[in-house]
Design a protein around this ligand. Structure first.
Ligand SMILES: O=C([C@H](O)CO)[C@H](O)[C@H](O)COP(=O)(O)O
Length: 231
């Protein structure tokens, strides 16, 4: 499969999310993610607004579902999401409910192995329960906490190859990746590349000399799309 570029809209209002999404789509981004902060701030309205503005673009709702999985997935599907996210730390029954809702409402399920005791086993478990994708994720707080104690910050690249080898479903690596590291994900076997905080939060640092963020983003998308997964 050709690598896919997703932008994580970790923003807190619809106007900013739509503006960033337009720029991203023009630059070649394939999927939009309604990030957790956007969903907290704007809820279903945020997902509906993205769907209405971008009728044909896949939209990942990063809900991080822990319970009540069927209804959460049903609501997000109704608002226009094409993908929902359930956590490996949730009860097995919750993952099953989200997978069932995914089938009933035509959305795909991404299982997130964040904070699993064994990240590789967590990924495999999510696949066995029927998730369509695995997100291999080192959480924001975990990374910051470890760094604050003066230890090396863990990276999702550390075990990415192992996770990709353990499952058959496509894998996405998330959590503190620089743009350069994100671009390397297909070489580790992960076809889904997420551009997160560096672009949505520190966007100014990624503008080209002429101040054009869109052209920087286009270069990144081209670099990802020109790769073959696992090379
Ligand atoms: O899911 C996320 C996190 O848990 C906070 O909600 C972020 O979208 C994800 O961690 C992306 O983070 P960066 O890689 O730092 O952009």
């Amino acid at each position: 499969m050709q690598p896919i570029v997703q932008i994580s809209l970790d923003l807190t209002n619809i106007a900013e999310a739509i503006e960033t999404a337009h720029l991203a789509i023009r630059a070649g981004v394939d999927w939009l993610e309604a990030g957790t902060p956007l969903i907290l701030a704007e809820g279903l309205h945020g997902v509906r607004a993205l769907r209405s503005e971008f009728p044909n673009v896949p939209i990942v709702a990063d809900l991080k579902t822990m319970d009540g999985g069927y209804l959460e997935a049903e609501m997000m599907a109704g608002a226009g999401a094409t993908h929902v996210v359930v956590m490996a730390r949730a009860h097995e029954e919750t993952v099953r409910c989200v997978v069932k809702a995914g089938k009933d409402f035509g959305v795909q399920v991404m299982g997130d192995n964040m904070v699993s005791d064994d990240m590789v086993a967590g990924a495999k478990w999510l696949e066995d329960l029927g998730c369509d994708f695995v997100i291999h994720h080192i959480g924001f707080d975990e990374r910051r906490g470890i760094a604050a104690r003066g230890q090396r910050m863990p990276s999702p690249l550390d075990q990415l190859r192992e996770v990709c080898e353990a499952v058959k479903v496509p894998v996405q690596a998330v959590g503190g990746l620089s743009l350069e590291q994100a671009i390397q994900c297909p070489a580790y076997g992960a076809p889904l590349v997420v551009l997160g905080a560096p672009l949505t939060i520190d966007a100014d640092s990624f503008k080209t000399a002429d101040g054009d963020l869109e052209s920087s983003l286009r270069l990144i998308c081209d670099a990802v799309h020109s790769q073959r997964v696992g090379d």
